[in-house]
Design a protein around this ligand. Structure first.
Ligand code: AMP
Length: 210
């Protein structure tokens, strides 16, 4: 079984959903830089204050902030821990820094087209407490307002509004898309169509991590 997995794919491609399922079923530690940054913003830490403006506009937070954050988090885990990276790396510089610290053994790329992504992101609802994600049509919580897992009130991320979503997709294409080729050249890439039933996609994900 692969133990160091990078989830690639544009915002809204299902990295959070599939990463969460992998961590529930196999015990991987899921490291989402987006979740970490949102928590830092909520708590008003130094990192949160520095990151907020970039996040609000859909831009990337500067590499040095993210690389330092992840270095510390990775170093705090025991050797051999299974890790899923969700939303990191997002630039070649971040991927090089990650490669210096650990050997990535799989980059799983979830492929979804732009119009579908806009539909998904603008109807996404997120849990501020446990970071679960829902969709008001495809992956509905039992009650539209509350998280099924922890009961917290769900919210729409500011950066899931349509204008910011379109900017995030542009930023993805310019900065993160090249990582598909980067990991392909290292022989680590598996691409999965991220459209359709969540459990059917998860079956393909499970095959890829074996
Ligand atoms: P996400 O939840 O992964 O969509 O991330 C939300 C926002 O956090 C992004 O639009 C960026 O502003 C910021 N962010 C998350 N991960 C990274 C990263 N690896 N590098 C730079 N910025 C990031």
């Amino acid at each position: 079984m692969k133990t160091k997995i990078v989830l690639l794919g544009p915002p809204g491609s299902g990295k959070g959903t599939q990463g969460e399922k992998l961590s529930e079923e196999f015990g991987y530690v899921r490291m989402s830089t987006g979740d970490m940054l949102r928590e830092a913003v909520r708590k008003g830490t130094d990192l949160g204050i520095k990151a907020k403006g970039y996040m609000d506009s859909g831009a990337l937070v500067p590499n040095d902030l993210i690389i330092n954050l992840m270095k510390e988090k990775i170093a705090s885990l025991a050797e051999g821990t299974g890790i899923i990276f969700d939303g990191f790396p997002r630039t070649v510089e971040q991927a090089d820094a990650l490669g210096e610290q650990i050997d990535v053994d799989l980059a799983l790329n979830l492929d979804v087209d732009d119009e579908e992504l806009v539909k998904r992101l603008t109807m996404r609802r997120s849990c501020p407490q446990c970071n679960a994600v829902y969709h008001l049509l495809y992956n509905k919580p039992q009650n539209e307002r509350f998280c099924d897992k922890c009961g917290s009130v769900l919210y729409q991320r500011d950066d899931d509004k349509e204008d910011t979503v379109r900017n995030r997709l542009k930023v993805y294409r310019e900065n993160t898309f090249p990582l598909i080729d980067y990991y392909d050249k290292k022989g680590k890439l598996v691409t999965i169509q991220g459209v359709g039933d969540i459990n059917e996609i998860f079956d393909k994900v499970k095959k890829a991590i074996q």
